[in-house]
Design a protein around this ligand. Structure first.
Ligand code: LLP
Length: 388
């Protein structure tokens, strides 16, 4: 198996576990996105901060000129601190607290993605009290399925997200009558880790239908269509496929979504931006031979990368220290949970105590979902630049 390239000698003296971000790959990924979005008039990316809010990572994304998609006041503040202009920040989430709405209004964010009528009423009220007008988009649940893990599909009627299509006209009419909100767009998101472009085609078709319907209702064309994120990465081949096929992704929208003249198209990619540039670096503590299997017990656990435990997710694992013949291991962490397992029956070069192990494709939903369960310390992070 081809291995990733890491500053192995520099890693030797570092306390494990830690996250390592290949910022060269991150920059190449950002350039690849820019190259594709620049081809199309009005395409704009708000990076989904929920996938990774590491300061060093955010700086690269901000400097590449992307905006931010936030889902909490904490994320908004993190982005403001990182230097993202407020007018490039959008704010989604089914349960926005009053202080979060106030923070967004004070900062002057681009718009709120509103998920219910009660939320709309509260935003209108708070904006009124503050003497401001809140720009809002409605998150519409398009009832489009996606070929992905059941826990990360969001665009079905059964999911908690968004406003049902049948209620779209009603909510728009309500918003139009409100004094302290300005209706600027429609927002959609069908799920995450989607690799089949047909799923995005289905979303485009649904948006086309909805826009046609709005026209028949004499509702003025909205300024922005926001299609959320969801483009997946190749978890099985991080070395062969480090950069997602952004051309296919953006071309899908260019070919299938009928934007109205002057309309802007907003994207909220997270995983596709940060997923492949990050690895969780851990050290083998013990190799334990059981009667039917052997375990490689490493010093990272579900506390540092919860995806395998939570979604049964596969991450490529590489032993950076060994080139011996391969043996099979269950690669497990030190946490007191059986689900604290990174992979079962996984082939690694013969592994021994002290070997450095890289768990790949951990840049998205890795560090950001870390916890302190078992009173563990949150690990540190390094980037390519730290070793130059
Ligand atoms: N926009 C909205 C409204 C979202 O809910 C999400 C992700 C995104 C954008 C970014 O999606 P992406 O481009 O990263 O697929 N923790 C899970 C993923 C949860 C995704 C939640 N929403 C995982 O580790 O797979």
């Amino acid at each position: 198996m081809k291995k990733g390239t890491f500053p192995y000698d520099k890693f030797q003296s570092l306390q494990t576990p830690f996250y390592y971000y290949d910022t060269q790959l991150l920059d190449n990924t950002l350039q690849s996105i820019k190259k594709e979005t620049d081809k199309h008039e009005g395409y704009h990316l708000h990076y989904a901060v929920k996938s990774n809010a590491n300061k060093k990572v955010l700086r690269h994304i901000m400097e590449a000129g992307f905006g931010a998609d936030c889902v909490s006041g904490g994320e908004i503040q993190t982005c403001l601190d990182a230097g993202f202009p407020a007018e490039e920040i959008v704010f989604a989430g089914v349960g926005k607290a009053d202080w979060e709405i106030k923070l967004g209004l004070t900062a002057g964010i681009q718009y709120f993605n509103v998920e219910s009528i009660p939320e709309l009423e509260v935003i209108n009220e708070i904006a009124g009290e503050m003497g401001k007008v809140a720009r809002i988009s409605f998150r519409i649940n398009p009832n489009v399925g996606a070929h992905t893990h059941a826990h990360i599909t969001t665009g079905l009627a059964e999911n908690k997200f968004g406003i049902e299509m049948a209620d779209m006209e009603k909510v728009i009419r309500i918003a139009q009558k409100m004094e302290n909100v300005e209706f600027v767009g429609l927002h959609f998101h069908i799920g995450s880790q989607i690799l089949e472009m047909d799923d995005f085609v289905a979303l485009c078709n649904r948006i086309n239908e909805l826009q046609d319907k709005l026209e028949t209702l004499d509702i003025p064309t909205v300024k922005n269509i926001n299609v959320g994120g969801g483009l997946g990465i190749d978890y099985q081949h991080p070395n062969e496929n480090p950069i997602p096929d952004f051309k296919a992704y953006f071309d899908t929208y260019a070919n299938h979504l009928k934007l109205r003249p002057g309309q802007h198209l907003h994207f909220e990619l997270g995983r596709a931006v940060t997923g492949q540039c990050g690895s969780l670096i851990t050290r083998c503590l013990y190799v334990k031979k059981g009667t039917i299997k052997q375990f490689a017990i490493v010093d990272a656990g579900m506390t540092e990368l919860i995806r395998p435990a939570l979604y049964n997710a596969l991450h490529v694992i590489e032993n950076l220290s060994s080139t011996c013949d391969e043996e099979k291991y269950d690669i497990v962490g030190p946490i007191c949970e059986s689900s604290d397992t990174f992979a079962c029956n996984y082939s690694l070069p013969k592994t021994q105590r002290g070997d450095l192990i890289a768990i790949r494709s951990a840049g998205a939903y890795g560090e950001i979902m870390a916890s302190q369960y078992n009173c563990r310390k949150l690990p540190g992070s390094y980037t390519t630049e730290d070793f130059e």
